[in-house]
Ligand binder design. Structure first.
Ligand SMILES: [Mg+2]
Length: 165
């Protein structure tokens, strides 16, 4: 896979709530790996929000197995996952696909039955694509984000323009 193709998600939606779950099921997907910061809640939050719970409930009620796959320090992301009642891989090292591979092993799922969901092209999308998972890009939860993520957004806009998503 060339690097440009690795930056283009299979699907781009406004938010986790906008994912067509029946379409995922039709694709044979039963496992959803989720980024947290600006995907399931505010960037660098230490606790899940009502929105986080709403997304998790929506997915679990539809029978999906869930795992947080976060680059964040283990204490913060595992605390959030525990509160949400879902599995967690910390220090995922996205865009390296190793964290996703660990998640697949933990969940007993194959990449063919797994979707990776996240708000950043240069971490979540690339890791998802390199691992072979169905990859879903979501718009960020809000505009407030840490400087080193904000720095990447202009480059993401170029990729999105070129990739038409
Ligand atoms: Mg994120």
């Amino acid at each position: 896979m060339n690097i440009f193709k690795a930056m283009i998600p299979d699907l781009s939606v406004r938010s986790v709530r906008d994912i067509d779950l029946n379409d995922l099921k039709c694709r044979g997907i039963n496992t959803v790996l989720l980024d947290f910061d600006n995907t399931l809640g505010p960037d660098h939050s230490t606790v899940p929000t009502d929105y986080s719970r709403e997304c998790v409930d929506m997915l679990t009620e539809n029978g999906f197995k869930l795992c947080l796959v976060s680059n964040a320090k283990s204490g913060r992301s595992s605390g959030i996952a525990k509160e949400l009642g879902i599995e967690c891989i910390t220090y995922a090292h996205k865009p390296n696909p190793s964290g996703i591979m660990r998640a697949l092993e933990l969940m007993g799922s194959s990449y063919t039955e797994t979707a990776m969901v996240g708000d950043q092209i240069f971490t979540d999308v690339i890791a998802g694509r390199l691992s072979g998972c169905y990859t879903i890009f979501v718009e960020r939860y809000n505009k407030k984000e840490i400087w080193y993520v904000a720095l990447k957004r202009p480059f993401e806009r170029i990729v999105r323009l070129c990739g038409h998503f």
